[in-house]
Design a protein around this ligand. Sequence first.
Ligand code: PHE
Length: 450
Amino acid sequence: MEKQRDGFVSSVGAFTATVASAVGLGNIWKFPYLAGVNGGAAFVLTYLLAVALVGLPILVAEHAIGRKMRKDAVGSYAAVVPQEGFWVVIGYAGIVAAFFIMAFYSDVAGWVFSYIYKSLVAALTGTGPLDGKAFESMVRGSGEPLLWQIGVLIFVSFIVVAGVSKGIERATKLTMPVLLGLLLLCDIRALTLPGAFKGVEFLFAPDFSKLSGAVILSALGLAFFKLSLGMGTMTTYGSYMPHSVRIVPNATRVALADTLVSLLAGLAIFPAVFAFGFEPASGPSLLFISIPAVFSKMPLGTLFTVLFFLLSALAATGAMISLIEVPVAWLSGKMNVKRSAAVLITALGILVLGVPATLSLGPWAQVKLFNMVIFDLLDYIQQNLLLPLGGLAIAIVAGWRVVASDLIQELEIAEKGKKCYIYAVYGFIKYISPALIVLVFLNGFGIFSK
Ligand code: PHE
């Protein structure tokens, strides 16, 4: 049975591939920008709580269901509770979420890839560091960001066609440690800039008056987005996991590693933002303005900038591989489409949403729905609706519909003896995480106000 499906060959490989899905633009682009927009430390703290109390338990639930079912997300949820086929909606909603996310993610990834090239040119020609103006003029255009976005999709498609263990495991094992090293270097430089401490305070000294229902919901949504939860990615990855993986410790390490990368990115960016007098709430441009500025204060700075964006591009690639894998696994597993055709269909589908998302930051900026441009709308829907609701449904299935002993048995595989943390996590999956999601959700939409 296990031989028939391609999968991760070792538990180390399963860990690195899972980290590779989790770590991405969410850490280096989205986390800092949301922390900036939402006022800093109080948001950061809420996000950390959301990771621990909701994200980690749901990550465990997804891995357990995936590995138990050994199917893609749609197949897993269709069959996980015999006689209750309707849970398949989790799988389908996940496919929708994958397209929504990829639409804007491939755009941002395109900016990152273009920054490799631009900083290389800057390094070679000796022009100054890339500044806010350079960023704006790229993003507001149409031809340039679209070309990069399409290039990114072609690049990722090739890797995904290569297959699971060969493509994903190999591509990601090497790059993560290097990215971590470079972030640390960036941190050291940023933290030693004059005035850097204000940035540390901004990140870690909470002002709870900055919290609101909407801010808390956004932090919860970020925790889902960060750990690639609520949409079947981690269920699919669970299905590739060998029985040598101890699910709870593995998921805990993944959540810790991922959160560490976010915090290191924050520590590279905010001290610099305050030292250079940038606007912390400047939004999606934050990463692209602050990082080149930090490196410009180092010897060989432009080369480090090239390297930084190169590694960020690889991190984004790992995340995109896992996003694309959701529809691809479904098309090739259940629908019997050839893998290469499945990737092609998926990539074209992404462009249908992705091109408008990209244009909505430039020539189509007038087109607004609910007062948001298309790029922001897609992001809002996935982060504040699709992922938290998907996560809630997964917690309900895993905690209330799957037979408890079956789920616990899956978590006990490869463990030596009974482990109390397994029961603790199960309690979270069943009671605490879903209750928190419901509360945050209702509160986020203002049900408790007045
Ligand atoms: N976790 C990824 C990141 O932070 C994004 C992602 C979301 C990937 C959902 C897969 C599924 O960049």
